[in-house]
Ligand binder design. Structure first.
Ligand SMILES: [Mn+2]
Length: 304
């Protein structure tokens, strides 16, 4: 298990100071020979990049893109315009390795940055590809980004249910990427700064192994971002680790207290779908062993 440590900084807002704390990890997973994911968690920019393409092409795409993102983070103030310029430079970097890259080489780039270029500071999510940004606010988890994938397009067109999408054979096919044959304009979502918010930025190696409920569960259990990142990585590996796994957790202010309804007794028994049901919960607390899955499936030991 790689070492994960938290980092922090204090930002000044019109109505006072706010501490940001974050942690990040990237891991090869259990089935892939190399890690083609890359990550940057450097205030004010937090991004993951999931490279694709044979040979070392995918690795070149994701590391070049993250290097340009690091350069941007170090420049201080980030705007959409500056970001798109950096991505255009990353495309040139990728194309400058003609032996290793081709039309099929590319990378996702997905994350969040603090925009202080206007009067009122705010978060902006950015996305190209099928890595994701989630936000947990007041106990609810929401996916802020929309995947650029064949499967997502089929779901949006009503031709596939979200359940059918989960293990679809075209699950890995994305419709937009940072790469030689692409334009590099991300989708953006503007997000208000709210103390207690927690962002999760991740590659599809996490979301193949954990559902939204699973992600929220590990956040609830782990107020510290480094602990949350570690717990999610462990669970994703335990559930199969079929792809490279990259996770960033960013806390805005301190993580909120979790109320009694999602206490350890209830969640440890894998009952998150029904934590709101008081009867189920007391049953689970009385008989924890019976609530564990025991069908021998190797992917059932950690919550999804
Ligand atoms: Mn991936």
């Amino acid at each position: 298990m790689p070492k994960v440590t938290a980092d922090s900084t204090t930002i000044t807002l019109p109505d006072g100071e706010l501490e940001l704390t974050w942690a990040a990890v990237t891991h090869r997973g259990r089935r892939r020979d190399v890690n083609q994911d890359a990550v940057l968690a450097q205030f004010p920019l937090f991004v993951v990049a999931d490279g694709m393409g044979g040979h070392v092409g995918g690795e070149i795409a994701s590391t070049s893109t993250v290097a340009r993102m690091r350069e941007l983070a170090e420049s201080g103030t980030i705007t959409a315009k500056a970001l798109e310029k950096s991505l255009a430079r990353a495309v040139k970097d990728i194309a400058s390795h003609p032996d290793a890259t081709d039309e099929a080489t590319g990378t996702t780039v997905t994350g969040v940055f603090l925009d202080t270029s206007r009067d009122e500071p705010h978060w902006v999510t950015l996305n190209i590809g099928d890595s994701r940004v989630y936000l947990v606010r007041e106990g609810m988890i929401a996916q802020l980004t929309t995947d650029h994938s064949v499967v997502q397009e089929l779901v949006a067109a009503g031709r596939l249910s979200p359940e059918e999408a989960e293990n679809h054979p075209y699950g890995n096919v994305i419709t937009r990427a940072v790469g030689p044959s692409e334009s590099v304009t991300p989708d953006y979502v503007r997000v208000e700064i709210v103390p207690g918010d927690r962002f999760v930025i991740c590659s599809d190696g996490l979301t193949k192994e954990l559902t939204d409920y699973g992600i929220r569960h590990f956040l609830d259990e782990n107020p510290d971002p480094a602990d949350a990142v570690r717990a999610m990585l462990e669970a994703a590996l335990e559930n199969g680790g079929r792809d490279n796994i990259t996770i960033v957790v960013l806390n805005v202010g301190s993580a909120p207290e979790i109320d009694d309804e999602t206490d350890e007794d209830a969640t440890d028994t894998a009952e998150w779908e029904t934590v709101d049901d008081e009867d189920e919960e007391s049953d689970a607390a009385a008989e924890p062993a019976a609530q564990q899955q025991s069908d021998g499936d190797d992917s059932s030991t950690a919550p999804r």
